[in-house]
Write a protein that binds this ligand. Structure first.
Ligand SMILES: NC(=O)c1ccc[n+]([C@@H]2O[C@H](COP(=O)([O-])OP(=O)(O)OC[C@H]3O[C@@H](n4cnc5c(N)ncnc54)[C@H](O)[C@@H]3O)[C@@H](O)[C@H]2O)c1
Length: 439
């Protein structure tokens, strides 16, 4: 916790999921008093017992520290949390509806409950990712459901943390963004974030809402761009690693998000890109660039599935080992993980899959059920398999005991969706090694 003097505010977070839990805990760590509210009794019970319902490196220690210091608490009682706090963050889910729009029903529900409970002026902060004009929508809900004619300010404060490095991103990332409509709310929001070292970018509410969609859509487009270039590398004999490195050396482009693979997944990029297409459509703009981003992403998974079937001869009844299920390393999040599409397609083709993921087994069981067997370690997954498929680049997969891998696999075939290894080295080790965009 920073030692310099700063304002200590009373905050409530509605939603103790990935974003609410991390950002609420971090804000308690810089000195604010934070009440985390979730309607799931099980989540709150776990947190009260000192257990963290999600896997996020460093979060358990940070929660313990701030609970002990009396700055952080958990409840299902939204009304009490609202009454005891001055600033209420809405951090509930905004999943895609059946047409790809952001489903705002959870935000609407939370805003309604806040309005019904509020007994004095509150700042209500949209931390969930929401389309432009949601600030106005929330203001209307607050006015409609508050019988006491309480005054509210609605602020947009989109979140940019990445699962897996969420604490670091929140505490020392590139920026926090605040969208405000008056100086009163701006002053308080500046005080809340003052102890953090990064820049606070203040703008109007709609621009802040758009910054979140534009950022995620741009990053997703970078991934699809490099995946399309990887296809050209395969067709021409180029090497995507060198091409990406050469592109990234240009500071105007930058080297991040230029890693070819099986396409983006997770709880944010897929839904935010599709919601941005829908937002544009609603306002009369056809966002073809983003539609292509989406189709290249689908294509990347399909190319990988074809690569696997080609590598093992495409015959029914073969067994595949799968390393990694989570949509990326250092998280147990399975939402929109590329492994889902790959497993479902391979299963339909008659493959048997023996999977291992260091953290996502429990979450994967919800999504994949018995479509794969869940093995207890990376070597168990290899036993008797015809080939190894790599879906997630977990650190523990970086330095395997290659002798053991060769002995356990029936055939020394690896299909790597994350380009974890160098083709020449794998060849030297005796593997038939397939990866993405390497000639
Ligand atoms: N997960 C990420 O990496 C990430 C990053 C940046 C932004 N976001 C955005 O942040 C928002 C939240 O995402 P998340 O991943 O934390 O979602 P999540 O599903 O993990 O968490 C949402 C939580 O809100 C709770 N909830 C819903 N309605 C409630 C209510 N009325 N009262 C109390 N609790 C309620 C749910 O029970 C759930 O635990 C989304 O809009 C998402 O797009 C997510």
């Amino acid at each position: 916790m920073p030692t310099h003097k700063h304002f200590r505010h009373k905050l409530a977070f509605i939603g103790a999921g990935y974003v609410g839990l991390v950002s609420g805990t971090c804000l308690s760590d810089i000195g604010h008093k934070v009440i985390l509210v979730d309607r799931k009794q099980e989540t709150v019970d776990k947190l009260r017992r000192g257990l963290v319902p999600i896997y996020e490196p460093g979060l358990d220690t940070l929660i313990k520290k701030n609970v002990k210091a009396g700055r952080l608490s958990f409840t299902t009682d939204l009304a009490k949390a609202v009454q005891e706090s001055d600033i209420i963050f809405i951090a509930v889910q905004t999943p895609p509806d059946k047409d790809g729009h952001a489903d705002l029903s959870y935000v609407e529900g939370a805003a309604t409950q806040i309005a019904q409970a509020a007994d004095a002026y509150k700042i209500v902060v949209n931390k969930s990712t929401v389309p432009p004009t949601t600030g106005d929508f929330v203001a209307k809900i607050l006015a409609k459901h508050n019988k006491k004619k309480i005054d509210f300010d609605v602020v947009s404060n989109p979140e940019f943390l990445r699962e897996g490095s969420a604490i670091e991103d929140f505490m020392t990332g590139d920026r926090h963004v605040i969208g405000v409509s008056n100086k009163r709310a701006e002053k308080v929001m500046r005080e809340i974030y003052a102890p953090l070292p990064m820049q606070l970018f203040v703008t109007d509410v709609k621009s802040a809402e758009l910054i979140k969609y534009a950022s995620n859509s741009f990053l997703a487009t970078k991934i699809s761009f490099i995946n399309a270039v990887a296809q050209i590398c395969e067709l021409t004999g180029g090497n995507i690693d060198d091409v990406a490195k050469g592109i990234g050396m240009d500071k105007r482009i930058g080297s991040s998000f230029l890693k070819a693979g099986v396409g983006y997944g997770g709880s944010c990029f897929p839904k935010d890109v599709s919601a941005f297409v829908k937002i544009a459509e609603k306002h009369g703009y056809d966002f073809n660039l983003l539609k292509d981003t989406e189709s290249v992403n689908k294509e990347a998974r399909n190319f990988f599935i074809k690569k696997i079937t080609n590598a093992v001869g495409g015959k029914k009844g073969k067994t595949l080992a799968m390393w990694g299920l989570a949509f990326k390393p250092n998280t147990d999040d399975m939402r929109e993980a590329p492994s889902i599409t790959v497993v479902e397609s391979l299963k339909k083709k008659g493959f048997k899959i023996q999977a291992y993921d260091p953290e996502a087994t429990e979450t994967a069981k919800f999504v994949l059920g018995d479509k794969v067997s869940y093995e207890k370690d990376m070597y168990d997954a290899l036993k008797g398999a015809d080939a190894l498929v790599i879906m997630t680049e977990w650190k523990e997969f970086e330095t395997p005991d290659w002798d053991k891998v060769t002995k356990l696999l029936k055939d020394p075939v690896i299909i790597d969706g994350r380009n974890m290894f160098k083709p020449a080295e794998m060849e030297k080790l005796g593997f038939v090694y397939h990866s993405i965009g390497r000639g």
